[in-house]
Design a protein around this ligand. Structure first.
Ligand code: MN
Length: 238
C-alpha cells in the first residue's frame, strides 16, 4: 500500500501530511468490511461531492458565464455527472488504486463509473482537509490538473448527451419545427425486444434500433444530426 500511495501522490502532485486520509478516500465499504477496518470513503465522499461541484461550477462560471442560463445548467449537469467525473478520475488512473473487497472485485465493482466518481470526490475532500481546509489551495490544484479537460469538454459539446433535445434545438432554430419519431417495429421475446424507430424532419429520415424505444429514438436523433446537421452542430449556431 505504501508504495502505491506514493505513486498516487506523485500523480496528484500533493503529499499528504496524514496519509490515512488518502487511504480512507480509496477504501470501498466492501474492503473495509472484509478487513474489519474502521473507515471507508463514504463520509469523505459526502463532503467531496460538494467540493467538486463547487470547483466545477466555479470554473464554468469564470469561463462561460455569458452562455444562456439553460445551457449553463445543462453543462453543469454533465460536468457533475458520474460519466464526466469518472473520466477525470481515469486521468489520474484512480481506479487502479481503489480498494474493493474480493467479491466486489469479481463483480467488476472496480470498473463501476459510480465508484470512480465517488472516490474522485472523496480524494478531493481528503486533500481539502489535509491541506488545512484551504479552498484556494484546492482550487489551484484542481485547475492545474483539470482546467484544460473541463474547458475542452465544454467547447467540444461533450455535454450534449441528449440527442433528441439537441436535434430539437437545431430544427427549431432552422425550421421552427420539431422532428417526429415513429415506431416502425418491435421484435423478439418480451425480455429482449428490439425496437426500430424512424426519425423525420422535413425530407430527412433516419432509422435506428435499440433495446428500448427511448434508446432507439436517441440513436435515430444522433444519426440525424451526424448525417444532416453536422456542420451546424459543430458551429453551434443555433
Ligand atoms: Mn458521489
Amino acid at each position: 500500500m505504501g508504495n502505491s500511495l506514493n505513486q498516487l501522490q506523485d500523480r496528484i502532485k500533493y503529499c499528504f501530511k496524514n496519509s490515512r486520509l488518502l487511504e480512507m478516500s480509496l477504501t470501498h465499504i466492501s474492503h473495509s468490511k472484509e478487513n474489519k477496518l474502521p473507515y471507508n470513503y463514504e463520509r469523505l465522499e459526502f463532503l467531496g461531492d460538494s467540493i467538486v461541484n463547487f470547483l466545477l461550477v466555479d470554473l464554468l462560471y469564470e469561463k462561460f458565464s455569458r452562455l444562456p442560463l439553460g445551457k449553463l445548467a445543462m453543462i453543469k449537469a454533465y460536468l457533475i455527472s458520474e460519466q464526466f467525473l469518472s473520466r477525470l478520475a481515469k486521468k489520474w488512473d484512480l481506479p487502479k488504486f481503489i480498494k474493493v473487497g474480493k467479491n466486489e472485485e469479481i463483480k467488476g465493482r472496480r470498473e463501476s463509473s459510480s465508484v470512480h466518481a465517488d472516490v474522485f470526490e472523496a480524494v478531493w475532500a481528503a486533500i481539502y482537509i489535509d491541506s488545512g481546509r484551504s479552498i484556494d489551495f484546492v482550487k489551484r490544484l484542481f485547475r492545474y490538473h483539470f482546467e484544460k479537460d473541463v474547458t475542452e469538454a465544454i467547447k467540444n459539446g461533450d455535454f450534449y448527451t441528449d440527442f433528441k433535445t439537441l436535434l430539437q434545438e437545431i430544427t427549431q432554430s432552422l425550421y421552427r419545427e420539431k422532428p417526429t419519431y415513429r415506431l416502425l417495429k418491435s421484435e423478439g421475446p418480451a425480455h429482449e425486444q428490439t425496437f426500430t424507430v424512424e426519425c423525420r424532419i422535413k425530407d430527412f429520415k433516419t432509422t435506428a434500433e435499440g433495446k428500448t424505444k427511448k434508446e432507439a429514438e436517441q440513436k435515430a436523433a444522433k444519426k440525424m444530426i451526424e448525417q444532416h446537421f453536422k456542420e451546424i452542430f459543430e458551429k453551434k449556431k443555433f
